[in-house]
Design a protein around this ligand. Structure first.
Ligand code: NAD
Ligand code: TDX
Length: 336
């Protein structure tokens, strides 16, 4: 049974990945997470006593701490999710994005290479490719043209991973995925924010004209694709992962209101996000051709399941929405 060090396992996608891998019963998991505002151990409450699971609180930019975790847990491979992940926060202050996403990734690469892990999967994003016009898809060969401090910091980390492979023959791979949705997503991101606001009868803040397009993928599909890349991917390669489900934001918001039986009067158009990327869309043909992977969930059923999850887990998101989240919320939306 191999041991996977998962960074950022207390966040949205990381916690879904940890649960999926434990359920498969083939791996031991060490979850290394700093528990920032986005890290929530409640996301893994159902697996915390699993004998194949261990949690360690550490910051990936703290070299000594990371070395300590590798020394005591001796992982065979690494799946790297830990990041500052919210574009709007990076617009307000990019500092933590550079420290965690760029410096933290280099620390992990150095320590992982030092102990000789057999594989390192770096979880990245389609946002590194920038913005598309009304047609076309991002391929793995599309130029890297990030537009936000968040995506610029993720691009920086992608290039450091690429360099570790080319310079040191370090067995690293990169995945670039489109917008995820599903259980345990922090309610600052579009879908959970709109669900929670609608349930509380608050306005639903739609940026700009609401016609920006995202390609939505159910989080479980993304996690399954990462597992496939970990098992079967080729060192040094990049794999795009998409859902083939492009939608305008306003379509998504109206669909959520329909599923909840709430009025469209709650929609409030607000000032656009600065530098807002217009459209993302993924060409996922490489991962399908080379690794035989494609998404299983369609957006209609995935969104319905997600809305139901937030209805069933109101206590989870209400706890998340109290405390630190509220301060940020006031800064982001308080003046609108
Ligand atoms: P998230 O914000 O929900 O979780 C991030 C996790 O990383 C949290 O548990 C947090 O505590 C941890 N973390 C942050 N800084 C850390 C540090 N310095 N040291 C250790 N842990 C730290 O993010 P998410 O949405 O689950 O995204 C996970 C990864 O997937 C990110 O790398 C993100 O760029 C990438 N990604 C996300 C999406 C998406 O739609 N959410 C799409 C494509 C790629
Ligand atoms: O209040 C809002 N109103 C709104 O109109 C918010 C929070 C978002 N939006 C719009 C902006 C985007 O066009 O909805 C779209 C989705 O926004 P986010 O949920 O913030 O996601 P996005 O900026 O597309 O980035 C996401 O996908 C790629 C993740 O947050 C990143 O971590 C991932 O890399």
């Amino acid at each position: 049974m191999s041991k996977i060090l998962v960074t950022g396992g207390a966040g949205f996608i990381g916690s879904n990945f940890v649960r999926l891998m434990l359920a498969r019963g083939e791996h031991q998991i060490v979850n290394l997470d700093a528990l920032t505002y986005a890290g929530n151990l409640e996301n893994l409450g159902d697996v915390e006593s699993d004998p194949n699971y261990a949690f360690v609180r550490a910051d990936i930019s703290d070299r000594k701490a990371v070395e300590g975790v590798f020394e005591s847990h001796k992982p065979d491979c690494v799946v790297h999710f830990a990041a500052e992940s919210h574009v709007d926060r990076s617009v307000l202050d990019a500092t933590a994005f550079v420290t965690t996403n760029v410096l933290g990734t280099q620390v992990l690469l150095d320590v992982s290479r030092g102990v000789g892990v057999s594989r390192f999967v770096h979880v990245s994003t389609d946002e590194v490719y920038g913005s598309l016009g009304p047609t076309g898809l991002f391929t793995e060969e599309s130029p890297l043209q990030p537009n936000s401090p968040y995506s610029a910091s993720k691009t920086g980390s992608d290039l450091l991973v690429r360099a570790a492979f080319h310079t040191h023959k370090f067995p690293a791979l990169i995945t670039r995925c489109s917008n995820n949705y599903g259980p345990f997503q922090f309610p600052e991101k579009l879908i959970p924010l709109m669900i929670a606001n609608a349930l509380e009868g608050k306005p639903l803040p739609v940026y700009g004209d609401g016609k920006n397009v995202r390609d939505w993928i159910y989080v479980e599909d993304h996690c399954d694709a990462i597992a496939r890349v970990l098992e079967k991917g080729r060192d040094g390669e990049v794999y795009n992962i998409g859902g083939n489900e492009e939608r305008e934001n306003i379509w998504v918001v109206k669909k959520i209101l329909e599923l909840l039986g709430k009025s469209e009067d709650l929609i409030q158009y607000v000032t656009d996000r600065p530098g807002h990327d217009r459209r993302y869309a993924i060409d996922g043909s490489k991962i399908e051709r080379e690794l035989g992977w494609k998404p299983k969930h369609d957006f209609a059923s995935g969104l319905e399941a997600t809305v139901q999850w937030y209805l069933d887990n109101r206590e989870w998101w209400e706890r998340v929405r109290s405390g630190a989240y509220r301060d940020y919320y006031e800064r982001q939306y308080g003046n609108r």
